[in-house]
Design a protein around this ligand. Structure first.
Ligand code: NDP
Length: 241
């Protein structure tokens, strides 16, 4: 049986990244899994997987991880640029260190990840890049100020590289989920913001599951290379804003 191409995921140790690693693995792909908590990735026990401890802020570490996995399984055909943190807070009381962290991980980390596969895909004239933005990359929330800024960044970069990479037959798909049940709220340290977020979540009947996101991603990936779903905006039906 011909092996399916290698796929790579940042933030594969929990939440949506974990679901995507599982869904693509179940579909027969070898998977490069990257995050800081290597034990969590290894405990998933996926076949044909390589788990590497990578902080997306470290450009050389991502590059090396991609090279290591490609030496075993061949070129990365799909990169999920997913790792991110959501330090949601009232901007008036938020410590600036939280801005630094979000900007470093959610914007510079995104560029580092993109850079690790982009040139190879351009040379091969094929590939798919999923860019993790958010509904907060389409509309602002007053207590998500810097998080929204980072996700608007992802939207802008995604649209720009989609146009740029179209000449190379490389697909760029931006994801804009609403509330998804993951560990993301563990990053919200501002108690009032967390309480208000949870209250809104209850009103909408809870978030969707990460597997709903990973399943639609697999479907988009499995479309012919000349068919591009440019954006996936998926939310709970009862999510108003
Ligand atoms: P989780 O907290 O469950 O997952 C976040 C993942 O990112 C973890 O695997 C974490 O791994 C990884 N990560 C964080 N910082 C780094 C870093 N510096 N280097 C490498 N990996 C890192 O949350 P989600 O699955 O929800 O989040 C995934 C993405 O989805 C994020 O970009 C988030 O903004 C976005 N999103 C989430 C929504 C939601 O409602 N859940 C809605 C819209 C978008 P580790 O700590 O092991 O490094």
């Amino acid at each position: 049986m011909t092996k399916k191409p290698l796929v790579a995921v940042t933030g594969a140790s929990s939440g949506i990244g974990e679901a995507v690693a599982r869904t693509f693995s179940d579909a027969g792909h070898p998977v490069l899994m990257m995050a800081r908590r290597i034990d969590k990735m290894e405990s998933m026990g996926l076949p044909d997987s390589i788990c590497l401890e990578v902080d997306v802020r470290d450009r050389d570490a991502i590059k090396a991880a991609v090279a290591d996995a490609e030496a075993v399984y061949g070129p990365v055909d799909m990169m999920f640029v997913n790792a991110g943190v959501a330090r949601l807070a009232d901007i008036g009381r938020q410590p600036p260190e939280e801005w630094d962290e979000m900007i470093d991980i959610n914007t510079k980390g995104v560029m580092n990840t993109l850079h690790s596969v982009m040139n190879g895909m351009m040379e091969r004239k094929t590939g798919t890049i999923f860019m993790m933005s958010s509904i907060a990359g389409r509309k602002v929330y007053p207590d998500h100020t810097v998080y929204c800024g980072t996700k608007y960044f992802v939207h802008a970069v995604s649209e720009s590289i989609r146009e740029y990479l179209s000449d190379y037959n490389v697909r760029v798909i931006v994801l804009s989920p609403g509330v998804v049940e993951t560990e993301v709220l563990s990053g919200v340290l501002d108690e009032q913001t967390l309480a208000e977020y949870k209250e809104n979540k209850v009103k909408m009947g809870g978030g969707i599951g990460p597997e709903h996101v990973s399943e639609i991603m697999l479907h988009s990936y499995q479309m012919p290379q000349n068919a591009l779903i440019q954006e996936i905006c998926i939310t709970p039906t009862r999510q108003k804003f």
